[in-house]
Design a protein. Structure first.
Lengths: 257, 257, 257, 257
C-alpha cells in the first residue's frame, strides 16, 4: 500500500475573489486557499494553482506531480486554453484523479470527460439543500450521516446532462422544489473523476464539515494506484498462427457480392 | 409513429480512395458511395459528404436535415476542423444519431463523445474476425446469426479506451489471438451513438451482408423520436415557498466555523 | 414492424380492495380494473389476473400470451408462490416485458430481477410528490411535461436498494424532504423491466393522466420484438482447429507448480 | 485503514472430488483445500466449508465471521438449500464480498445476485484460453500481464446471461473460436461480487499463478469497509413541514377524473 502523501493540486479560476466583495469577505484566501486550509492533513501534500498563472499553473511538471486535481471554475471557463485542457485530460487518462466542484459542470474538462454539455437548470436565491447518501457503502460516503443540509445554496436542477455511467453517490433535495444528482463518479481511461455539486462562491459551503469530508474522501478514493500511460500500439506479430489467405488485399479487387 | 424516410448522411474522409489503387479498385465510388448503394432502401433518404467539401460537407443546414450521421475517417482525423466537430456534437446532444465506423475510433467526434482516448492495439495482416452477438434481443442484432465471420480484416485488440457506459452488442474473436468490443452503444444528451468495428479500407467488409445489416439496424435504432435542444436554463421562480433566511449572502461574511 | 395489439396482463394482489372501504371507494373495480379501464386502447389487448385465482391467474398459458406484465402487490408478497415467480422470471428472460408498480418494490419478482432487497424509507401521510423527467429523450418520457405533481402520495425515500444498471428516467421530490429514483429501467436476459413508484392504494394516482401516460409509454417500450428462449447449450464441435495437447486431463495429475 | 486479517471462507460443493479419480489426483485436498493453500497469506484468515457439512458449513455464525466468501459449485447446485442461499444473499446485501468461481455461474447465489439465468455456451475439450485485461487500472488487475494463457480449460462462450451492470475486467479468447466476459464485478446492496471464469475441476487452473493473483486481488477488493445492515425503515416524522391537505384519504372517494 502506498503510504506516501497524496499529491493534491487545487485549481481555482480565482475570478470572483477579485471583483466581488462578498466573496472576498467569505473566502479571503480565495476558494482554493480555504479548501487548502480545510483539507490540510498529514496524508495530503497540497498545492494550489490559478487561472492567471503561466499555463494556468498547470504545467506538465505540475501535472506530473499531481495525484488528484480539484477544479473550481465559473466565470472564465472560456479563458482556459484548449491545449491545457487536453493536457489535463491526457493526465486523467493516464491515471490522475480529478474532482470537479460546483460550477465546474460547465468547465471544458468536465464536458470533455463526460462527452456531454453539462447543462442543467439553476436558481440563485440561497435556498436550503439537503444531500442524501444513496450509496452508503461507497468510500466517498464514509462517515457521512444519512443526509445533511446546507442552509444557503444555489439550486441546480435536473435534467443534468452527464454521461450514462455516472454512478450516483449523493442526491439533493432543494427547498424550492427541484432534485439533482449531486455527487457522482466516472472512470475515463485509468483515471477516476468525482463531481460534487455544492460550493457556490457567495455561500459558506466550503466551511461545512460534511462538504469537506466528502471532498477529503473523494481525494483518497481518486488516488491512482499507479500511472499507466496507455499507448496506441501496433502489434505486428500475431500470438496465434494465421492461416494462409486466398485474398491478396494489397491488390484487392476480390469482392464477395 | 414516424413513417417518413430517415435522413441519413454518410460522411467519409475519402482520402485513401485518392491515393491507394487497391482501395480504388475495391471501393470505386468511395467507401461512402459503396455504403450508400448497399444501404439503399425506401425507408432511408441517403446523402453523402466528404472532408474536402466546404465545411467538410457538414454545414448547419446539412446537419439540421440529418437524423443519423455515419462517420468513416482514418488518415485525416486532424484535418477535421474543431468547430465542425463541436457542431456535430451539439447536434448529437440535441438528438441526432451517430454511427462511428472502424478507424473512426480515433476521430475527434468519437473521442469527444466518449471522453476517452479511443486507443487500442492493432495489426494489419488480413486475418479472420468472428463477431459474436452478445445481446441477441437488441434491435441492432435483429436478424443476425449467433456469430458471423469476416475472412480478412485488420485486428483491433483490447484494452479499448471507451466510456464506461458502452453497452456491448457484438464482440470479436481474432484469428491472431485477440478479442475486442466490436459493437457498442452510448447515449450523450438526447442522441444515440453506435460504434461498429469492421470496415478497413483494403478489405471488402462493406460488401458483407451481415455488416450491412448491422449498420442498417443501427440507423433505425439511432433515429431520434424528436430533436430537443436542451438549453441551460435559469429558473428564477421557485416551485415551492422558500423560507426567509437569516443570512445576507449579498453581504456575506457569516461563516459557520 | 409488429402492428398487432400488445398483449398486456395486469396482475394485482387485490387484497386491500377486499378489506379497506377507502380503497373500495377509490378503486371500486380494483386497482387492476381501474388500470385496465384507464389504459384501454386499440393498441392493447388487456387481460387481468389476481392472487386468488388458481396459479394466481398466471398459468404458463397466460404468460405465453403476455407481451408485457404489470405487477401491483403490497400486503401479500409472501403469498405469491415461488414456482410462479420463477415462471414469470423465466418468461422475462425469454423476452416478456414487466412493469412493477409502487409497492411491488418488495415483491419477490422485483427482488429476483434486481438481485437486491428492494428496501427503502417510507412515510404515509399523503404528501405532495413532484416527479422530474431526467431523460426527456427516453420513449417512456414521451409527451410528459418537464415535471408533474401528485398532490397526495406515500413517500418513498433513498437509499433505494436496486441494481446498479437501473437507468433512471424519473426522479421524485417529496414535500417532506426526501428524494427518490421513481422510474427506472433494467434488462434481464431478453426482457425489459420498468419500475414506477406512484400508486398507493389509498390515493387516486392511477386516475392521474401523467401517471397513466408513463405506464402506457412503458408498455410500448417493454414489448419484445420476439421471444427468444435462451438454452444453456453444449457445443461439442469447435469452430477452429484445436491443436493436440500434451496433457491427458482424463488421467490428470500433471500440475504446473 | 483496517489492518486486521481479511476473514475468508472458501466454499466448495466437494462432489467431483469424491467420485472422479482425475479430480482426486489433481486436487487431493479438494478444490477448497488447494485454494486455501495457494491463497495463504498473513493478510488472510482462511476458513473452508463444504456442501455436506451441517447447513453446508454456512451457519449464521460462520457468515457473520466472513468478510469475503468464495464459491465453487457445479454438480450439486440444486442441493444447496434455498434458505441458506437467502442467508448468504442477505449477508452480501449487508456488505460481505463474494467471489463466484467458474461453474458457479449456474449456482443459486450467482443467479440471485445477477437476476439472470447465468446461462452460456460451453465445450469441454481442454482447449487454450487466453485472458485479456481490459481495465488495467482496476485493483483486481494489479500485477497482471497484458494477457495470460491457460493451456487446458473448458470453454465458456457468449452470450452470457448476466446483469447489465457487470463491469468487465477480463475477457477470454478461446482456441476453438469463442469469446467470453471472464471477470466482472457487480455491487448488490453494500456488497461487492466478482465472477471469475477459470477453474474447471479436471484442469490445473488453480495452480496457475495468474489465476491465484486475480483471486487474491479480488479478495482484497471485495473486503467491506464496514457491514451496514440496511433496514426497511418507517420514518413517520417529515423533515419539512407538510401543508394541510383538502383530501381525507382515510375516507377516500375524491377522485380527480
Amino acid at each position: 500500500m502506498n503510504t506516501s502523501p497524496i499529491k493534491v493540486t487545487i485549481w481555482n479560476e480565482n475570478v470572483h475573489e477579485k471583483t466581488n466583495p462578498a466573496v472576498q469577505k467569505l473566502y479571503p484566501d480565495g476558494l482554493h486557499g480555504t479548501l487548502a486550509k480545510k483539507l490540510a492533513s498529514p496524508e495530503l501534500a497540497i498545492h494550489t494553482a490559478t487561472l492567471d498563472e503561466p499555463e494556468h499553473g498547470l504545467t506538465q511538471d505540475v501535472l506530473n506531480n499531481t495525484d488528484v486535481l480539484l477544479w473550481w471554475g465559473h466565470a472564465a471557463h472560456d479563458r482556459v486554453v484548449d491545449s491545457i485542457v487536453a493536457r489535463v485530460q491526457q493526465r486523467v487518462w493516464d491515471g490522475m484523479g480529478i474532482i470537479a466542484l460546483h460550477s465546474a459542470h460547465m468547465s471544458k474538462i468536465f464536458r470533455a470527460l463526460n462527452g456531454t454539455s453539462g447543462k442543467l437548470h439553476w436558481r440563485e436565491v440561497g435556498e436550503k439543500e439537503r444531500l442524501w447518501v444513496i450509496d452508503p457503502s461507497h468510500p466517498i460516503a464514509a462517515g457521512l450521516p444519512e443526509h445533511f443540509e446546507l442552509p444557503y445554496e444555489e439550486m441546480y436542477g435536473e435534467p443534468f446532462m452527464i454521461a450514462g455511467d455516472a454512478k450516483v453517490i449523493l442526491m439533493s433535495w432543494f427547498e424550492g422544489g427541484e432534485i439533482f444528482r449531486s455527487g457522482f463518479t466516472l472512470q475515463r481511461g485509468n483515471g477516476k473523476m468525482f463531481y460534487f455539486r455544492p460550493g457556490h462562491e457567495t455561500f459558506p459551503s466550503f466551511y461545512d464539515p460534511n462538504v469537506i469530508k466528502v471532498i477529503a474522501n473523494a481525494i483518497r478514493w481518486a488516488r491512482p494506484a499507479a500511472f499507466m500511460p496507455y499507448p496506441k500500439t501496433h502489434v505486428p506479430e500475431a500470438l496465434e498462427n494465421i492461416s494462409p489467405k486466398d485474398f491478396d488485399f494489397g491488390k484487392a479487387g476480390i469482392v464477395r457480392e
